[in-house]
Design a protein. Sequence first.
Length: 153
Amino acid sequence: MVETAILAPLFITFLAGLLVAMRVVHGSAIVTQAAADAARQASIARTAGQARAGAVSSAMETLRDRGLHCTPSVQLDLSGFSRPVGQPATVSARVTCVIRLSDLALPGLPGARTVTKTHRSPIDPYRANVLGFADPEPVVALGRSSEHRDGPS
């Protein structure tokens, strides 16, 4: 009985610490993925404006889809877009998210932990407008238009 009275609080404290550690590690992994997704989305854009919009929406979508409920901050370094097309350049995305720990209701624990992750991605060197068109339409296979796909050729 005495051993149980001594060991039970230690075991509960150990489990609580493990739960907090798992929450922080899991949240950190999701923020890392959001930063990677944001950087990749920015790297395939044609302009810095498109990169900013795509990166922010991609980071928000990743966090939402993975179930991490936080209000993230997404900071981008898009200075690589000022380099001429064809020269190597990179973009970076920094995602900061506050992971709530207060809902675990463990005494003595902080209410939140801030996680910040940064990811870099090379900019597509062929991001220039295709054939001089600003918004190219998808290429149709074998020169057929979409109207003739259902019928015989």
